[in-house]
Ligand binder design. Structure first.
Ligand SMILES: Cc1cc2nc3c(=O)[nH]c(=O)nc-3n(C[C@H](O)[C@H](O)[C@H](O)COP(=O)(O)OP(=O)(O)OC[C@H]3O[C@@H](n4cnc5c(N)ncnc54)[C@H](O)[C@@H]3O)c2cc1C
Length: 482
């Protein structure tokens, strides 16, 4: 064992080294464990982030969690569906406020409608399952461990890790995956630049405790947008005591107050602002923590190198106007997991595919931001984050074709979706196992599990003699008419 502050030179071998235990790194860990792929996750902080950023978990992510057997527990930890509404008013108590609800889940073409689940809650659930399912158990996910250097080597990249006890070690991997957020160390060390804009806007997010539930009773919402001159708004964590106030800043304000005295003054100012924006002058408020954040719209110049891949915010920083950043990252994890531990060609195909999707989602979110959509205004809009096209249900029909996400359809039992049939392996869907299309595809892809789906996909133009080959991440690889 190394003594504190004494560097050691332990070498650990792992097929996949995942840097970062945010929502994307943890989801990737779960997907790798599901495939029986050994890996190591390292996170520089001593624990998970306590300040939630994302709350909108889209149907695309919920479909991933459904395949991981985690949908129910995440849904139970989310706001009830009747709270998924948007409130616009001068204050939280404004009697003239307008409340709108997004379209019904049944219209969304998914077995797993999106939810509002605070990122810290989601990460806690993901971490518990990732630890329980990891081939190395708890040792597979290490906190207080920071990536500091990366060297390429013919036999696989060498990653230098620094532990919070002062020790150091080198990990030899086949692939290093940067799930290490917007300021990704992996991206920097791989020499990959960013394309796009940073600092489009600046906000302060204030998490606080206050009995606001009684003031919103009967009109509970997920987001409460303030229509006054200062903008901003309240975000519900539980629609009772646990809340966030989002404040727009004029520019990149200085760091959070450091001294205890400055913190007390700052908290008092924030509490006053919360009372004003709530329209409740005598509201008891306890500020828990604050975080300033910057709105960026940028993509890594490449999402992979010869021995590394980037996923989540490390690869793309999406304005949160639409709530797509984390969801896009979770879809990256699905697109990457089945290719790991990847060779150069697999990493390059991942990178090309995902960068196209990320660019489309970035354009969509930037457009929302420029049209001054209120923050999170179209949260839970169904946007395809898988496959070669970013589709919005309202704009384009979902089709069955190679390169696109497999459409959702219920099988005859009414509880199994076509989206339950792939992952962790390949799937071959046909009306019957001996359909001519299935025979042809099975000869070329004997590894695919065959699923007779009767007439479930007729609505998408599938013929009785046809068959569909689906990748482990739900992208249609091939469609045969028969
Ligand atoms: C206000 C706001 C609201 C948002 N709302 C939504 C929403 O509703 N829906 C949505 O989809 N997205 C939303 N987002 C975006 C979402 O929060 C991010 O896209 C998401 O956190 C990205 O996850 P990640 O795992 O890629 O990165 P992160 O969450 O940033 O995690 C990266 C991890 O890597 C670790 N790390 C960094 N460097 C190292 C290193 N050298 N060694 C070891 N570990 C390292 C970090 O400590 C961190 O824990 C929102 C963002 C903001 C700011």
């Amino acid at each position: 064992m190394p003594t504190p502050h004494e560097p050691d030179t332990t070498n650990t071998d792992t097929p996949v080294l995942v840097i970062g235990a945010g929502p994307v790194g943890l989801t990737l860990s779960l997907l790798l464990s599901q495939r029986g792929i050994d890996h190591l996750v390292v996170e520089k902080h001593p624990g998970l982030s306590q300040h939630p950023k994302a709350r909108g978990v889209s149907s695309s992510s919920m479909e991933t969690f459904r395949r991981l057997g985690m949908e129910r527990q995440i849904r139970e930890a989310s706001l009830p569906p009747e709270h998924v509404a948007f409130f616009r008013g001068a204050t939280l108590s404004d009697p003239h406020a307008v409340r709108t609800q997004p379209s019904e889940p049944a219209e969304l073409g998914t077995p797993s409608p999106g939810v509002i689940c605070s990122q810290d809650v989601l990460e806690t659930l993901l971490l518990a399952e990732a630890r329980a399912r990891h081939p190395r158990g708890e040792a597979g996910i290490r906190f207080g461990t920071r990536l500091t250097a990366l060297a390429s080597h013919p036999e696989g990249p060498r990653a230098r890790l620094q532990r919070s006890d002062g020790g150091e070690e080198t990990v030899v991997a086949r692939t290093v995956v940067g799930c290490d957020g917007a300021d990704s160390t992996v991206r920097h060390l791989a020499g990959l630049g960013l394309e796009g804009e940073r600092g489009l806007d600046h906000f302060r997010s204030v998490r606080f405790d206050a009995p606001l539930g009684e003031h919103v009773r009967g009109r509970e919402s997920a987001s409460y947008f303030l229509t006054g001159p200062d903008g901003g708004g309240f975000l519900a964590i539980d629609n009772d005591h646990d809340w966030i106030l989002q404040i727009r800043l004029d520019g990149p304000e200085g760091p959070e107050p450091a001294s205890p005295e400055a913190r007390i003054e700052d908290d008092a100012r924030l509490a006053e602002r919360i009372r004003r924006d709530a329209g409740v002058p005598d509201l008891p408020v306890r500020v828990q923590r604050t975080m300033t954040w910057r709105m960026d719209a940028a993509l890594a110049e490449a999402f992979s190198g010869d021995q590394i891949a980037l996923a989540g915010d490390a690869a793309h920083q999406i304005p949160p106007t639409g709530g797509h950043g984390m969801n896009l990252g979770i879809a990256d994890a699905e697109a990457l997991a089945w290719r790991l531990p990847g060779d150069r060609a697999r990493l390059m195909s991942y990178a090309a595919e995902r960068k196209r999707v990320a660019r489309a989602v970035l354009d969509l979110s930037l457009d929302n931001a420029r049209r001054a959509y209120a923050l999170d205004g179209n949260l839970l809009t169904r946007v395809e984050l898988t496959g070669d096209t970013v589709l919005r249900d309202a704009e384009q029909a979902v089709t069955l074709r190679a390169g696109a996400r497999l459409p959702h359809a219920w099988l005859a039992d009414g509880t199994t979706s076509t989206l339950d049939l792939f992952g962790p392996g390949w799937a071959l869907l046909a009306e019957t196992g001996d359909a001519p299309g299935a025979a042809a595809l099975r000869a070329a892809h004997p590894e695919a599990e065959v699923w007779p789906i009767s007439g479930a996909m007729r609505g998408f133009g599938m013929t009785p003699s046809g068959a569909v080959l689906v990748r482990p991440d739900g992208v249609v690889a091939e469609v045969r008419a028969g």
